[in-house]
Structures are given as structure tokens and as C-alpha cells.
Ligand binder design. Structure first.
Ligand code: HEM
Length: 435
């Protein structure tokens, strides 16, 4: 009985959606053929969503509409469309769908993360004031588990967990509360280090307020900062190592630039502007393989008309960042790893730095400055000290790992082996002096 009731409600909802979407003159954006009742549920890709969406964008245009189990989804395949909607019309495009797997509280993050004051710190330390002491430390493991829960299911709003919610929350809540309690205990015994959480808890305590909801938001913000910051930044660094290893000529040019500018010392942020080629290589690595290929979905809060097409209220809006960073109209020969594309003309092609890796409009990533600075200092330091090469086999031949990635919400290279060779004895002495 319940089944028939659910089926009847579903058909009525589909009819209502169809009726309201055709009530005006404006058609929905084009998309692949759909089935009655099920819509596009059966053609929604489980793997390589960014690749399939790119194919759809090539076939149907840079604004594609699909519908899965009654949920309208708009896929934006060009910077122009993403910028027009998510940036210029951000007043109505900045909502998020409700994801059981993924909820990101923004307001508490933003003021803390802008600026360079905390860029040297990594996510465990920033969120909870915890210094990772050894390979057995539990915090990276917690971050990995958070990451698995948050990112493992795929892009929020498009994965099976969000379309058909199951219970993932209890485990998340346990991890989140455990880490929160630890900082509270450390504050009580005077052993807490300065961190995002301790700073906000101190402010809360001195305000004299009693607001359980505020405490819950703080706890969630620290938990997500830990997981989100860790996963995205680490995936970007991992990709950088994976990419630079594949292009020894490019790596050699970076080494020459580093040696010329630094004269054998370790880099500092003040050196950044003097190392333009390194900058291009980092940006090209982020463009060539985007770490959050489909961004994080937005939700449109009102019916909207774009290029004469109806974008229905409540649609999930996805920007296909991987396709935007490979747009032939913007990047010449986009499949080629070509760092100098970002250099100004005539040395390079003056192509745009892919800032859209961090999203669009009011929901743009609040961790972008932190991420950008952390990635730069890691990349600059690694290449100052090491030459990164593929691992050799027993015959002494280099074995280049295949160009393969694991992709869910974020994307990073599949497990690979490489070798870090010290570039000089002087560098050995430099890093030994730091230990
Ligand atoms: C290379 C590293 C990173 C990349 C590529 C990245 C990318 C993104 C993207 C694409 C979004 C969605 C933006 C949109 O909806 O238009 C996002 C949102 C977000 N990111 Fe990052 N991110 C990175 C690092 C970080 C770090 C280090 C933190 C925190 C420490 C962070 C915290 C957040 C938060 C809280 C949101 C949600 C913002 C909101 O919903 O308003 N991200 N990020």
C-alpha cells in the first residue's frame, strides 16, 4: 500500500515538474535522452562523472539539464556559463543542496582563513592545535577517515548516498565529537595549543553566552577544516609530485631557476615573485588535472532564465571545472603539460591562471589562500632539496607509473612509487640541520 502511495506521489511530482517547466515559453536546457518517470537516473554516471559530463557538454552545449529521481541537475561546461550564473547571479545561485554526506559551514571559516598569517600551519594544527609527531599519529588517520566519509561517495548531490540517504552521520559525529572534546579537555588543563577551535572556544567562553547550537557549528567547522583542508591540499601536492616526475626537462628548468634565485638556501614566501617558472609549473599541474573536478554543487533558489532557457528553482548546479580547465577556446592544446602557457606574451601565451579550481561566487573556497600558500612552499622546498624521479627496477631502469587517478569528490593519483634524490651534499647538511 505504502509502495503504491509512494509511486503515485512520485508520478504526481514528475507531472508537476513537467507541467511547471513547460508552463512558460522557455525550454529546459538540452540534455541526453531520458526515460519516462526515471528521467536520467539510469544514465547518471557512477564513474568518471567529469569525463561523461564533458562529453554531454560537447554534444548538447555548455549548459546541460538532466533529472535524476525528480531532482533537476544543471551541468555548466564552460567558464563563461559558470561565471555568468554562479558569480554574476550569485544572489540566487549560492545555496547548497542538502547533502547528508557533506555539510560545509562557511561563516566561521572565512575570517580566520584569509591572509597569510597562518599559512605555514597544516590542517591538523590549524583546526585542533595538534602537531603530528610520528607515522602512528591518530590525527592523519582521523583526517583520512573523515575524507573517506566526506569524499569517498563522490560529488555531493550526485552520489547514491545523497540521492538515497543512508546512515553515514553517526560515525562522522563520533569522530567530530572526540576531537572537539580533546581540545576542550586540553583547554581545561591549560595544555591546549593555539588553534582555530581553541581561538573560537576562548571567544565563546569570554562572551559568557550559552549557545549549544553555536558550539555544534564550531565543532563541525573544525572537523570539516581538518578533513577538507587535508584532502584537497594533500591531493594537490601528490599530483604535483606525480606530474613533475613525468617531465624531467621541466623539472630541470625549475631546478635552474631555484638555484639561480636562492643560491642553495631554502625558499621563503618572499621569494615567490622571483620564481615565475616554478609558479607556472604549479599552476599547470593544478590545471592539467583538477583536484576537485566537479567543484561542490550549488543550488538555485529561484526560477531563472539563461540564454532563453529555464533553470528551474531548486536545481543542483554543477560547474565541470575539469572541462573548464581543458577548454580549447581558452587553453591551446589543453591536454599538453605546458607551464609557459601562463607566462605573459611573447615568452608565453598569457593564458589565465585557473583560479576557478577554487569555485565561484559567494561559495568560493574560503581555504584558497591557505591552500595556495601551503602548496607553493611544499613544492618550492621539495624541488630545492630533491630531484624527483620514477623508481628504478632491479635492472636499474626507471619505471614510470601510468597516468591514473582515483576520483570521487576529489581526485588524486593512484598509488605510485617515486624516488627523492638529494640534489647535493650541501642540501643534505641543510635538512639535517633542520631535524
Ligand atoms: C588545493 C586545495 C583546495 C581546492 C582545490 C579547493 C576547492 C574548493 C572548491 C572547488 C570549493 C567549492 C566552491 C564553490 O562551491 O563554488 C571549495 C569549498 C570549500 N573549501 Fe576548499 N579547496 C581547497 C582547500 C581548502 C582548504 C585548505 C580548506 C580549509 C582549511 C577549504 C575549505 C573549504 C570550505 C569550508 C568550502 C565550502 C565553502 C562554502 O560552502 O561556502 N578548502 N573548495
Amino acid at each position: 500500500m505504502l509502495f503504491y502511495f509512494a509511486l503515485a506521489s512520485f508520478i504526481a511530482l514528475r507531472f508537476w515538474k513537467w507541467y511547471t517547466s513547460t508552463r512558460g515559453q522557455n525550454p529546459l536546457p538540452p540534455g541526453p535522452p531520458s526515460l519516462p518517470i526515471l528521467g536520467h537516473a539510469l544514465v547518471m554516471p557512477r564513474k568518471d562523472q567529469a569525463g561523461v559530463f564533458l562529453d554531454w557538454s560537447k554534444r548538447y552545449g555548455d549548459v546541460v539539464h538532466v533529472e535524476a529521481l525528480g531532482q533537476s541537475i544543471i551541468i555548466l561546461g564552460s567558464h563563461e556559463a559558470a561565471y555568468d550564473l554562479l558569480e554574476k547571479r550569485s544572489v540566487i545561485y549560492s545555496d547548497r543542496p542538502r547533502f547528508p554526506t557533506f555539510e560545509l559551514p562557511r561563516t566561521t571559516f572565512t575570517p580566520t582563513l584569509h591572509g597569510n598569517a597562518i599559512v605555514k600551519l597544516l590542517s591538523h594544527y590549524i583546526a585542533y592545535g595538534h602537531r603530528v609527531a610520528s607515522a602512528n599519529d591518530p590525527y592523519p588517520k582521523i583526517a583520512e577517515r573523515v575524507t573517506e566519509i566526506l569524499f569517498g561517495a563522490g560529488t555531493p548531490g550526485l552520489n547514491s548516498v545523497d540521492i538515497l540517504p543512508i546512515q553515514v552521520r553517526p560515525e562522522q559525529e563520533e569522530l567530530q565529537r572526540g576531537a572537539f572534546k580533546k581540545v576542550q579537555n586540553e583547554m581545561a588543563t591549560g595544555t591546549a595549543r593555539h588553534s582555530f577551535l581553541s581561538k573560537h572556544l576562548e571567544e565563546y567562553i569570554s562572551s559568557g553566552k550559552q549557545d549549544d547550537e553555536h558550539l555544534e557549528r564550531l565543532s563541525l567547522a573544525a572537523y570539516h577544516m581538518h578533513g577538507v583542508g587535508f584532502e584537497t591540499t594533500w591531493s594537490t601536492v601528490e599530483s604535483f609530485i606525480f606530474h613533475i616526475m613525468r617531465f624531467p626537462e621541466i623539472q630541470k628548468r625549475v631546478h635552474e631557476e631555484l638555484d639561480r634565485v636562492l643560491g642553495g638556501r631554502l625558499p621563503d614566501y618572499a621569494d615567490r615573485d622571483s620564481l615565475p617558472y616554478l609558479e607556472c609549473v604549479i599552476q599547470e599541474s593544478e590545471r592539467w588535472h583538477t583536484v576537485v573536478p566537479l567543484g561542490v554543487p550549488h543550488r538555485v533558489m529561484e526560477d531563472d532564465i539563461y540564454r532563453g532557457m529555464l533553470i528551474p528553482k531548486g536545481s543542483v548546479v554543477i560547474s565541470n571545472i575539469q572541462s573548464i580547465t581543458h577548454d580549447k577556446r581558452v587553453y591551446r592544446d589543453p591536454e599538453t603539460f605546458l607551464p609557459e602557457r601562463f607566462l605573459p606574451k611573447p615568452q608565453g601565451f598569457g593564458e589565465p591562471i585557473p583560479d576557478y579550481n577554487f569555485g565561484y561566487g559567494r561559495r568560493v573556497c574560503p581555504g584558497r589562500y591557505l591552500a595556495d600558500a601551503s602548496i607553493w612552499i611544499v613544492a618550492a622546498s621539495l624541488l630545492t632539496v630533491f630531484e624527483i624521479c620514477p623508481k628504478k627496477d632491479k635492472d636499474g631502469l626507471e619505471v614510470m607509473p601510468p597516468l591514473e587517478y582515483n576520483t570521487s569528490l576529489t581526485s588524486h593519483p593512484k598509488m605510485f612509487q617515486c624516488q627523492f634524490n638529494l640534489r647535493s651534499e650541501k642540501m643534505r647538511a641543510t635538512i639535517e640541520s633542520l631535524a
